[in-house]
Design a protein around this ligand. Structure first.
Ligand SMILES: [Zn+2]
Length: 252
């Protein structure tokens, strides 16, 4: 049996039989793990309020080679997410983001970049809750990228020539891009040069820097719709971003 000490973000926690809970943790260097927290439902549990979604913890757990579930031993809060989860819109949005992360990332697949990305996104929204829409877009783009589902958008998928910075491009059914010269019909979804610049910016900037520059509403809507379809294609089913739906209904 191995003892693992790691930083992690609580993705979800569920009640288990008796006084126990199961917590789904995105760890800094061991990927997503499922941990049993014995006695966590008791009033005076050593886990206290540490297993709330989006809390960042310093945790240690025991792992047996033959078992998927690990036993949580200690969980010390580095940053509580109480402020975040008490905002319904932010809670709903992160619940969607957590959902797509869990469905795209295989369990126990170490990816420190995924941990850093999620952590930086949470921090950005903590400092500037109004950045939630652009941070969500950033999260979707990076999740797709890190999970290996983002096609190269630098070149035309037909002639393989690099797409210029100022060029619009057509999006294929496989979410690849086609340049103006190779485009056969004027029908079909288009990405503007501006949309492409936004995606390029997400690739090189932190979520903090990315969301401090305004993303045009039409770009945000177009890209977010494409990313959601990419995620649906990758996972095999569609997920509903309830916060986005509520926002759209609010505009009507
Ligand atoms: Zn081309």
């Amino acid at each position: 049996m191995a003892v693992v000490e790691t930083e992690c973000i609580v993705l979800r926690s569920y009640d288990l039989a008796d006084a126990d809970k199961i917590a789904l943790l995105l760890t800094a260097d061991h990927g997503i793990v499922r941990a049993v927290a014995k006695g966590a439902k008791r009033l005076r549990s050593k886990f206290g309020g540490s297993l709330e979604p989006l809390s960042r913890l310093k945790a240690s757990y025991f792992k047996k080679e033959t078992r998927e579930l690990v036993d949580l031993d200690r969980a010390e809060i580095i940053e509580s997410a109480f402020d975040l989860v008490s905002e319904p819109e932010i809670l709903t949005r992160f619940s969607y983001l957590t959902d797509i992360l869990i469905s795209l990332v295989p369990a126990e697949d170490p990816d420190p970049a995924m941990f850093r990305m999620m952590n930086a996104c949470i921090e950005t929204v903590r400092n500037r809750p109004e950045a939630i829409d652009s941070v969500s877009l950033y999260f979707e783009a990076w999740l797709l990228r890190l999970a290996g589902f983002f096609p190269s958008w630098d070149e035309c998928s037909i002639c393989k020539l690099e797409l210029g910075d100022g060029a619009d491009a057509q999006v294929t059914a496989e979410f690849q891009l086609i340049c103006d010269r190779c485009r056969r019909s004027s029908a079909g979804e288009m990405l503007t040069a501006n949309d492409r610049a936004t995606v390029a910016r997400s690739r090189r900037q932190s979520p903090e820097a990315f969301s401090s520059e305004r993303v045009a509403a039409d770009s945000l809507a177009r890209l977010s719709s494409i990313f959601k379809r990419m995620i649906a294609r990758a996972t095999g089913f569609e997920r509903v971003d309830r916060a986005l739906q509520a926002g759209v209904q609010g505009l009507r």
